[in-house]
Structure formats: structure tokens, C-alpha cells
Design a binder for this molecule. Structure first.
Ligand SMILES: [Zn+2]
Length: 133
């Protein structure tokens, strides 16, 4: 998806253009959610973060803070683990599993599911191979 952002969001820091282009989804060639480029000077401005991931992250962070207040319910490995992942936006499946076990035991519920990590698309497509012109 390529869309033009409303002018109030940002100016290009290089040329002050308001013609910023947001690339996400299939238009985003990296493993990031998306990025912002200037439509005039074509320079990279910033990475974009997945809003769905941000929401999950904030709920999870609140739940982890809850756990850390109940340090009597945590063992000596769990408390450092929780502090370690508190500000981590994306958890590995292993971290998520461990966290859910602690959540279930102490709070009786698990954290919301984070959206699946984006897979790196093939780096190059040979013209014609996928029916492209
Ligand atoms: Zn620019």
C-alpha cells in the first residue's frame, strides 16, 4: 500500500516538502512494518511502526507492571525476565510462551496476541517469472 499522508503529519527534514509517501504492506521491501520517504527528494525519513503491534505492546506492558508489583508471586528468574522484556515491542515465541505461563499463574489470563512478524519477501524478482511484465 502506498499512500500520501496528510500535510499536518510531517515535513521532509531535508527539503521541507509535504509530499511524504508512506509505504506499508507489500510496498515495503524490508521486514519493517513500513517507512516514510519524501516524494520530492526521495530521501528516507523514518520507519513506521505497526499500530496493531503498539496496542498489544501497551496492554502487555501494563500487565507486566502488574506482575512486577506482585514480586512475592515471582521466582528469582521471572522478575529479571519481566524487567528485561518490559520495553520490548516484539517478543519471540519463546518469550511469549514463558510470559503467558507467568500471566496465567499469577493473573489468570494471557496477554493479547501480537501480529505475526513480517516475513522478508524475496529480495529480487526476475522479470517474467511471476507473470510480471
Ligand atoms: Zn524531501
Amino acid at each position: 500500500m502506498v499512500s500520501h499522508l496528510a500535510a499536518q503529519i510531517e515535513l521532509c527534514k531535508f527539503c521541507d516538502s509535504t509530499n511524504l509517501i508512506k509505504q506499508t504492506g507489500d510496498a515495503e521491501p524490508t521486514s519493517h512494518y513500513g517507512h516514510l520517504t519524501c516524494g520530492d527528494c526521495k530521501k528516507f525519513i523514518t520507519w513506521l511502526q505497526d499500530p496493531a503491534l503498539t496496542e498489544v505492546f501497551e496492554v502487555r506492558q501494563g500487565m507486566i507492571r502488574d506482575l512486577l508489583k506482585r514480586s512475592g508471586s515471582l521466582n528469582q528468574c521471572e522478575a529479571p525476565f519481566l524487567r528485561n522484556i518490559l520495553n520490548q515491542r516484539y517478543l519471540t515465541p519463546k518469550q511469549q510462551d514463558w510470559l503467558d505461563k507467568i500471566f496465567m499463574r499469577v493473573l489468570g489470563r494471557v496477554s493479547p496476541r501480537q501480529p505475526a512478524a513480517k516475513q522478508n519477501p524475496p529480495t529480487q524478482r526476475v522479470a517474467g517469472q511471476f507473470g510480471l511484465p
